[in-house]
Design a binder for this molecule. Structure first.
Ligand code: UD1
Length: 421
C-alpha cells in the first residue's frame, strides 16, 4: 500500500545524522560484480529500495548475494539467464548499466530498454553507439536490447558527458581486447569511485575524473573489498534542512568535499568541522542565479532542494535546469505551500524565478520524483503547520530512513498508509 509523510513543520532540529554511502556509486559497483567470478564486497552500501531492485535483478541473472547491515557481497560465478526483465529494469533506469559488464564478460546481454521517465525522454544512444564502436552487435527486439559479440578497444567521443553512459562503457572496456579511449566523459565523484573499485579488481584505467578516460582491457578481473564514498547529495540535503530550520544537526560519516556544491552556490554557508561531525550554518541572505550542469557544475539532483532554500532568501533568485527537460515538477507543489515561483521555458530549458522571503505554510502535496520528493520534505520542515506528502516511494529509492534520521533530531514526520490518512 502506498505510504505518505505527514510533516508537522517548525520543529527545532538538533542532533546528528549519519550519511549513507553514495547511491549513484553503489548501484554501478553492484553491476561491476558481473565482471568477475569472485566475490565483490561493498562496504558502506546504502540500504535503499533501488539497491534492493538491482540485487533482485542480479539474483535473477544468477548472482549470489549476501547483505549484512551495510556490507553487500555479490558473486556471479555463472549466469542463469542473459535477460534483465522489463518489470524490474523499468523500476530503475540505473539497471541499464548491467549491459556493458554483462556483455564484456559473457558475450551476450539482453536488457529491457528503460524507456522514458518523469524527467523526460532520457535516450541511451551514447551507451549503444559506444558499445557498437567496441564491436558489439546490437539489435532491438520486443523492447529489449540484445547485445552480442566480443568487445575490442575503440576511441569514442561522447556527444554529452552522460554519467551512466560513461560507466557502461568504462566497465565494458575493462575486459575488451586492447585500448579504449573515451572522450568527453562524465567526471562525477561516483564515477571516480567506481573506477577506483574497478582498479582494485585489476582493471587498467587512467584519467578518471578528467575529460578523457583510458582503459586497457585485461583478460579477467578479480574480487575485492571496497568502501563506497559518502553520498554528497544526501549530505547537502540534510545540510539544507539544517539551514532552513536554523537547526543544530551534525552530519557524520561524510567528508568536507561533499559540501562543495552547497558552498559554491551559497558562499555564505559556513561548514564547521567539529568533533561531533559537520555543521552547516546560514543564514543565507544573498539571492542566487544557478544553472545545473554536468559535474563539476551544479548537480541537477540538488536543484529542487536548493530551490527550497531560495524560497527563504529575501529578493529574486533564478534557477535554470539545463540537464533534464522536465525537472521542475516540485514547483507547483511548492507554490501550493505558499512559495512564489514561476517557470518559463527558455529555448527548451526551464528557468524558475523565485521571489523569496515568503514564509511557507503546510499543504497536501504530491511527490513526483526522488529529488522533488525530498524538496517537499525540506519545505514541510520549515513550513508553518502540517504538510502531507503522498507517493513517498520515490523518496525511499534514494534516502535511507529519512523520516527516522530526521525524527531522531526532533522532527515530527509520520509515515502513514495513504488510504488510512
Ligand atoms: C545520472 C544519475 C542521475 C543524475 C544524472 C545527471 C545515476 C543512477 N543517475 O543519470 O541521478 O540526475 O546522472 O547528473 O547515476 N543523454 C543522451 N544520450 C544518452 C544518455 C544521456 O543524450 O545516451 C543526455 C540525457 O538526456 C541528459 C544528459 O545526457 O540530458 C545527462 O544524462 P545522464 O548523465 O546520462 O543521466 P543518467 O546517467 O541517466
Amino acid at each position: 500500500m502506498l505510504e505518505q509523510f505527514v510533516v508537522q513543520g517548525g520543529q527545532p532540529l538538533k542532533g546528528s545524522i549519519a550519511i549513507s554511502g553514495a547511491k549513484n556509486a553503489a548501484l554501478k559497483m553492484a553491476c561491476a560484480a558481473l565482471l568477475t567470478d569472485d566475490w565483490l564486497i561493498l562496504d558502506n552500501t546504502p540500504v535503499l529500495s533501488d539497491m534492493v531492485i538491482i540485487c533482485q535483478i542480479l539474483e535473477e541473472l544468477g548472482a549470489e548475494i549476501n547483505w549484512k547491515d551495510n556490507q553487500l557481497s555479490i558473486r556471479v560465478k555463472n549466469l542463469k539467464t542473459h535477460r534483465a526483465r522489463y518489470d524490474l529494469v523499468r523500476k530503475m533506469r540505473a539497471s541499464f548499466v548491467l549491459l556493458g559488464p554483462m556483455l564484456a564478460r559473457f558475450g551476450r546481454a539482453e536488457i529491457s530498454l528503460p524507456g522514458g521517465c518523469s524527467l523526460g525522454v532520457r535516450p541511451v544512444d551514447i551507451h549503444l553507439n559506444g558499445l557498437r564502436a567496441m564491436g558489439a552487435n546490437i539489435e532491438l527486439e520486443d523492447g529489449y536490447v540484445i547485445a552480442t559479440g566480443q568487445l575490442h578497444g575503440a576511441e569514442i567521443m561522447l556527444h554529452c558527458p552522460s554519467v551512466t553512459g560513461t560507466e557502461n562503457l568504462v566497465m565494458a572496456a575493462t575486459l575488451a581486447k586492447g585500448r579504449t579511449i573515451l572522450h568527453n566523459v562524465a567526471k562525477e565523484p561516483e564515477i571516480i569511485d567506481l573506477c577506483n573499485c574497478l582498479i582494485k579488481m585489476g582493471a587498467k584505467i587512467s584519467g578518471h575524473g578528467t575529460d578523457t578516460i583510458i582503459i586497457d582491457g585485461v583478460d579477467n578481473l578479480q574480487g575485492t573489498t571496497h568502501r563506497i564514498i559518502p553520498d554528497r547529495l544526501e549530505t547537502i540535503t540534510y545540510a539544507i534542512a539544517n539551514i532552513l530550520t536554523h537547526g543544530h544537526i551534525y552530519l557524520t560519516n561524510t567528508e568536507a568535499w561533499c559540501f562543495d556544491a552547497l558552498t559554491s552556490c551559497f558562499p555564505e554557508v559556513k561548514i564547521h568541522h567539529t568533533d561531533f561531525g559537520f555543521l552547516a550554518e546560514g543564514p543565507v541572505m544573498n539571492t542566487v542565479n544557478l544553472t545545473t550542469a554536468p559535474y563539476p557544475g551544479l548537480a541537477t539532483d540538488l536543484q529542487a532542494q536548493m530551490m527550497v532554500l531560495a524560497t527563504q532568501i529575501p529578493g529574486t533568485s533564478y534557477i535554470t535546469e539545463a540537464v533534464f527537460e522536465n525537472r521542475m515538477m516540485h514547483v507547483p507543489e511548492l507554490c501550493r505551500m505558499g512559495a512564489d515561483i514561476t517557470v518559463e521555458d527558455i529555448q527548451g530549458t526551464n528557468r524558475a524565478t523565485i521571489h523569496g522571503g515568503v514564509p511557507l505554510s503546510g499543504a497536501p502535496v504530491m511527490a513526483t520524483d526522488l529529488r522533488a520528493s525530498v524538496s517537499l520534505v525540506l519545505a514541510g520542515l520549515c513550513a508553518k503547520g502540517q504538510t502531507t506528502i503522498s507517493r513517498i516511494y520515490h523518496l525511499d529509492r534514494g534516502y535511507h530512513a529519512l523520516d527516522e534520521k530526521l525524527n531522531a533530531c526532533g522532527a515530527n514526520i509520520d509515515r502513514v498508509k495513504q488510504e488510512a490518512a
